[in-house]
Design a protein around this ligand. Structure first.
Ligand code: FES
Ligand SMILES: [Fe+2]
Length: 452
């Protein structure tokens, strides 16, 4: 819908075609400015609550030059700048080749001169403190606080403390995703890698469905679904237009199409399980395999879908795993994934989720730390203990490797003098225009320009 009261240059509805310059992806100055203007001002997803189950458990989180310690205390969660107030040594070192440090402490002792801090961040020991002649205040000698909160089972931090309430930041994503009870899911696997592309190139590779039929042609055999992308304020979401009569299928729990839906659904599930290891669970795969025995030939697709989902739901319930109920109308609005500004994506469902995050690697615009985690529901106490695993691109599931193959090539192409700027699909890739519209608000440059 076009609002004729807007000027021709106004692209705020993002429904009209826009173009995006390459600077946000390639400029060293832009990358340097991101820490100050964007990342310190945003709520950032910094880990899961289950990573720090008990008082004293901590993790670190690094973004560009900034590192944060997130710790469980008797009162809740606290976050501190990972820097000693004495002469600036990092308080907690991150071991080489690890995504983050993790451990349990009663207090923190700086390894340089021994200044010590309790879990509330207060300084509790300074060797030869009298030498400062009474001039050291608690303000100067305690750890710097970072705003921290939780939602969806994740820990969120805001470095400058001025981003306002987390809930406000996350809306409308939080309200749309709350019914999925993401806080109850636990990781099945978590992998990370350093890529030769800007963090936005990595996020955008997963923020649209326009690429699926070309980058992942194997899925075409299971029917082509047209995907949409919507701007949602700071955030955006993507989803599929479900075929008529199969509205339940607007979420991720999709039937295969074409041929006998009992068989194609099992094939699609087996293929997804083996080649992506995302977006489904073993329960779903096994329920799909049973369809041919449980339903007669000729069962209409909508009924196959209902039976499959009900049968998987019952199988999980029997082992103590209860999926939340989400209305089909809500599923259609919530879509299949939310891009949480600036650098996190939640691909939700009632029984599993696939999440991506990407962040700068130092201040190099051509590199990023990319990570993906797959979660599902487990019976109480049976979730596996997973660690973040550094995984070379060739060792990721094959479908993800297909996405990876585009990333470095996009980064190189964006720097080519012959590149005239990106032309995101206004319907299927609006999430990308949304990201850049919001980035421009923080960065003061790079707003999407209308195509004339
Ligand atoms: S830098 Fe930490 S005690 Fe000196
Ligand atoms: Fe993909």
């Amino acid at each position: 819908m076009i609002d004729s009261s807007r000027s021709a240059g106004d692209v705020s509805d993002l429904e009209r075609p826009v173009t995006l310059g390459p600077e946000a992806y390639t400029s060293a100055d832009y990358a340097r400015a991101e820490s100050e203007r964007l990342f310190r001002k945003a709520w950032l997803q910094a880990g899961r609550l289950e990573d720090i189950p008990e008082p004293g458990d901590f993790i670190t989180y690094q973004l560009g030059p900034d590192s944060v310690i997130v710790i469980r205390t008797d009162e809740g969660i606290a976050a501190y700048h990972n820097v000693c107030p004495h002469r600036g040594r990092r308080l907690i070192d991150v071991p080489a080749r690890q995504r983050n440090a993790r451990g349990k402490r009663k207090s923190f002792v700086c390894g340089y001169h021994g200044w010590s801090f309790d879990l509330a961040g207060r300084n509790i020991y300074i060797p030869h403190a009298d030498d400062w002649q009474g001039c050291l205040s608690a303000d100067r000698t305690g750890l710097g606080r970072v705003a921290v909160d939780s939602w969806g089972g994740w820990i969120w931090i805001n470095l400058d403390g001025k981003a306002g309430p987390l809930r406000d930041w996350l809306e409308p994503a939080a309200t749309m995703l709350d019914p999925y009870q993401l806080q109850n899911m636990r990781p099945r696997w978590r992998k990370w890698v350093v890529f030769d592309c800007n963090w936005k190139v990595a996020m955008e590779a997963f923020a649209e469905t326009y690429h699926v039929s070309t980058t992942h042609p194997e899925f075409n055999a299971f029917g082509q679904f047209r995907g949409w992308a919507r701007n949602q304020g700071l955030h955006s979401n993507i989803g599929y237009d479900a075929p008529k009569g199969q509205e339940e299928d607007a979420g991720k729990l999709r039937l295969g199409t074409g041929g006998d839906p009992r068989l194609t659904t099992a094939e699609l599930q087996d293929f997804t399980w083996a080649n992506a290891n995302t977006n489904t669970t073993l329960t779903m795969v096994e329920a799909a395999r049973r369809l041919k025995d449980e339903l007669p030939e000729g069962t209409p697709p909508a009924e196959v879908s209902r039976h499959w989902i009900a049968s998987a739901r019952a199988a999980d319930a029997a082992r103590g795993v209860d999926w939340p109920m989400v209305e089909p109308g809500h599923t259609a609005q919530a879509g299949t994934a939310w891009q949480i500004f600036p650098n996190f994506q939640i691909g939700h469902a009632v029984n599993n989720m696939l999440c991506y995050a990407a962040r700068p690697y130092g201040a190099d615009p051509d590199k990023c730390i990319f990570e993906a985690a797959v979660y599902e529901l487990y019976p109480e106490g049976e979730a596996p203990l997973t660690e973040w695993e550094y995984t070379e691109p060739a060792d990721w599931p094959p479908v993800l490797q297909q996405d990876f193959a585009n990333m470095a090539a996009v980064q190189q192409g964006m720097k080519d003098g012959g590149f005239r700027g990106a032309l995101p699909n206004p319907y299927m890739e609006r999430s990308i225009a949304s990201l850049h519209q919001n980035l421009a608000r923080y960065m003061g440059q790079g707003a999407p320009q209308p195509l004339r």
